[in-house]
Design a binder for this molecule. Structure first.
Ligand code: FES
Ligand code: FES
Length: 167
Protein backbone atom coordinates (compact mmCIF):
# COMPACT_ATOMS: atom_id res chain seq x y z
CA UNK A 1 0.00 0.00 0.00
CA UNK A 2 1.25 3.50 -0.86
CA UNK A 3 2.36 5.62 2.05
CA UNK A 4 0.02 8.32 3.30
CA UNK A 5 1.06 11.91 2.62
CA UNK A 6 0.71 14.93 4.88
CA UNK A 7 -0.77 18.01 3.27
CA UNK A 8 -1.62 21.53 4.41
CA UNK A 9 -4.44 23.17 2.51
CA UNK A 10 -6.62 26.18 3.16
CA UNK A 11 -10.25 25.38 2.49
CA UNK A 12 -12.85 28.12 2.72
CA UNK A 13 -10.46 30.17 4.82
CA UNK A 14 -9.56 27.45 7.30
CA UNK A 15 -6.13 25.82 7.32
CA UNK A 16 -6.27 22.01 7.44
CA UNK A 17 -3.37 19.68 8.05
CA UNK A 18 -4.36 16.17 7.05
CA UNK A 19 -2.84 12.85 6.12
CA UNK A 20 -4.19 11.52 2.84
CA UNK A 21 -3.87 8.48 0.64
CA UNK A 22 -1.71 9.41 -2.35
CA UNK A 23 -4.34 8.40 -4.87
CA UNK A 24 -7.39 9.94 -3.22
CA UNK A 25 -8.81 12.59 -5.53
CA UNK A 26 -9.46 16.11 -4.30
CA UNK A 27 -13.25 15.90 -4.41
CA UNK A 28 -13.18 12.79 -2.22
CA UNK A 29 -10.78 14.56 0.12
CA UNK A 30 -13.18 17.48 0.50
CA UNK A 31 -16.18 15.22 1.01
CA UNK A 32 -14.79 12.33 3.01
CA UNK A 33 -11.97 13.87 5.00
CA UNK A 34 -13.29 17.39 5.56
CA UNK A 35 -17.00 16.54 5.43
CA UNK A 36 -17.71 19.22 2.81
CA UNK A 37 -20.34 17.27 0.92
CA UNK A 38 -21.56 20.28 -1.05
CA UNK A 39 -19.02 19.31 -3.71
CA UNK A 40 -20.72 16.58 -5.70
CA UNK A 41 -19.16 13.67 -7.55
CA UNK A 42 -20.63 12.25 -10.74
CA UNK A 43 -18.49 10.77 -13.48
CA UNK A 44 -15.08 10.93 -11.75
CA UNK A 45 -13.44 11.33 -15.16
CA UNK A 46 -13.60 15.05 -15.83
CA UNK A 47 -16.74 15.11 -17.93
CA UNK A 48 -19.73 16.21 -15.83
CA UNK A 49 -18.28 19.11 -13.82
CA UNK A 50 -20.23 18.26 -10.64
CA UNK A 51 -17.01 18.36 -8.63
CA UNK A 52 -15.94 21.88 -9.68
CA UNK A 53 -14.23 23.92 -6.96
CA UNK A 54 -11.95 26.93 -6.98
CA UNK A 55 -8.22 26.27 -6.65
CA UNK A 56 -6.38 29.55 -6.04
CA UNK A 57 -9.36 31.25 -7.68
CA UNK A 58 -9.49 29.07 -10.80
CA UNK A 59 -12.38 26.71 -11.46
CA UNK A 60 -11.03 23.15 -11.53
CA UNK A 61 -12.54 19.68 -11.52
CA UNK A 62 -11.85 18.09 -8.17
CA UNK A 63 -11.97 14.55 -9.53
CA UNK A 64 -9.02 15.27 -11.83
CA UNK A 65 -6.76 16.44 -9.03
CA UNK A 66 -5.17 14.29 -6.41
CA UNK A 67 -5.47 15.42 -2.82
CA UNK A 68 -1.66 15.75 -2.43
CA UNK A 69 -1.75 18.32 -5.26
CA UNK A 70 -3.75 20.61 -2.96
CA UNK A 71 -0.80 20.96 -0.61
CA UNK A 72 0.04 24.63 -0.10
CA UNK A 73 -2.96 25.86 -2.05
CA UNK A 74 -6.28 27.54 -1.34
CA UNK A 75 -9.56 25.84 -2.17
CA UNK A 76 -13.05 27.25 -2.10
CA UNK A 77 -16.14 25.08 -2.23
CA UNK A 78 -19.83 25.88 -2.54
CA UNK A 79 -20.03 26.02 1.26
CA UNK A 80 -18.05 29.28 1.10
CA UNK A 81 -20.72 31.20 -0.82
CA UNK A 82 -23.51 31.89 1.67
CA UNK A 83 -22.65 34.16 4.58
CA UNK A 84 -24.52 34.37 7.85
CA UNK A 85 -27.33 32.24 6.48
CA UNK A 86 -27.85 34.63 3.55
CA UNK A 87 -27.61 33.34 0.02
CA UNK A 88 -24.86 34.86 -2.10
CA UNK A 89 -26.12 36.91 -5.09
CA UNK A 90 -25.35 34.03 -7.46
CA UNK A 91 -27.26 31.57 -5.32
CA UNK A 92 -30.19 33.97 -5.11
CA UNK A 93 -30.12 34.44 -8.90
CA UNK A 94 -30.20 30.67 -9.46
CA UNK A 95 -33.20 30.51 -7.13
CA UNK A 96 -34.97 33.42 -8.83
CA UNK A 97 -34.30 32.10 -12.35
CA UNK A 98 -35.22 28.48 -11.50
CA UNK A 99 -31.67 27.59 -12.44
CA UNK A 100 -31.92 24.30 -10.61
CA UNK A 101 -34.26 21.39 -10.23
CA UNK A 102 -32.67 18.35 -8.55
CA UNK A 103 -29.68 20.50 -7.59
CA UNK A 104 -27.05 17.88 -8.27
CA UNK A 105 -25.17 20.05 -10.76
CA UNK A 106 -25.73 23.26 -8.82
CA UNK A 107 -22.50 23.34 -6.77
CA UNK A 108 -20.46 22.89 -9.94
CA UNK A 109 -22.51 25.53 -11.73
CA UNK A 110 -22.18 27.98 -8.85
CA UNK A 111 -18.43 27.57 -8.49
CA UNK A 112 -17.87 27.87 -12.24
CA UNK A 113 -20.01 31.02 -12.27
CA UNK A 114 -18.17 32.35 -9.22
CA UNK A 115 -14.86 32.12 -11.07
CA UNK A 116 -16.44 33.96 -14.03
CA UNK A 117 -17.82 36.66 -11.76
CA UNK A 118 -14.49 37.16 -10.00
CA UNK A 119 -12.66 37.36 -13.33
CA UNK A 120 -14.49 40.63 -13.97
CA UNK A 121 -15.09 39.65 -17.58
CA UNK A 122 -18.21 40.85 -19.34
CA UNK A 123 -19.69 37.96 -21.27
CA UNK A 124 -22.70 37.83 -23.55
CA UNK A 125 -25.16 34.96 -23.31
CA UNK A 126 -23.41 32.84 -25.93
CA UNK A 127 -20.12 33.29 -24.12
CA UNK A 128 -21.74 32.42 -20.81
CA UNK A 129 -23.07 29.20 -22.36
CA UNK A 130 -19.59 28.39 -23.66
CA UNK A 131 -17.90 29.13 -20.33
CA UNK A 132 -20.46 27.10 -18.38
CA UNK A 133 -20.34 24.15 -20.77
CA UNK A 134 -17.96 22.19 -18.57
CA UNK A 135 -20.81 21.45 -16.16
CA UNK A 136 -23.67 19.25 -17.32
CA UNK A 137 -27.26 19.55 -16.14
CA UNK A 138 -29.78 16.78 -16.69
CA UNK A 139 -32.79 18.78 -15.56
CA UNK A 140 -33.10 22.43 -16.43
CA UNK A 141 -32.43 22.83 -20.14
CA UNK A 142 -29.83 25.45 -19.11
CA UNK A 143 -31.92 28.53 -19.90
CA UNK A 144 -32.55 29.41 -16.26
CA UNK A 145 -28.88 28.81 -15.47
CA UNK A 146 -27.77 31.19 -18.22
CA UNK A 147 -30.37 33.72 -17.05
CA UNK A 148 -28.98 33.52 -13.50
CA UNK A 149 -25.36 33.95 -14.53
CA UNK A 150 -26.28 36.71 -16.99
CA UNK A 151 -28.11 38.51 -14.17
CA UNK A 152 -25.08 38.49 -11.89
CA UNK A 153 -22.46 39.21 -14.55
CA UNK A 154 -24.38 41.79 -16.53
CA UNK A 155 -27.02 43.14 -14.17
CA UNK A 156 -29.99 41.74 -16.06
CA UNK A 157 -33.07 40.51 -14.20
CA UNK A 158 -32.94 36.83 -13.20
CA UNK A 159 -36.00 35.25 -14.74
CA UNK A 160 -37.03 31.65 -15.19
CA UNK A 161 -37.00 30.18 -18.69
CA UNK A 162 -40.04 31.41 -20.58
CA UNK A 163 -40.52 34.43 -18.35
CA UNK A 164 -39.47 38.03 -18.89
CA UNK A 165 -38.58 39.33 -22.29
CA UNK A 166 -38.67 36.07 -24.21
CA UNK A 167 -34.92 36.01 -24.74
S1 FES B 1 -17.13 14.08 -11.06
FE1 FES B 1 -15.55 15.40 -11.72
S2 FES B 1 -16.07 15.96 -13.72
FE2 FES B 1 -17.57 14.48 -13.19
S1 FES C 1 -30.61 20.61 -11.66
FE1 FES C 1 -30.57 18.43 -11.85
S2 FES C 1 -28.69 18.07 -12.84
FE2 FES C 1 -28.90 20.21 -12.92
Amino acid sequence: MDEAIEITVTVNGTVHRETVEPRMHAADFLRRVLGLTGTHVGCEQGVCGMCTVLLDGEAVKGCLLLAPQLDGHEVRTVESLAEGGELAPLQQAFKDAHGLQCGFCTPGMLMTATALKESGRKLDRDEIREEMSGVLCRCTGYEGIVNAVDAVLNGTVATAAGEGEGR
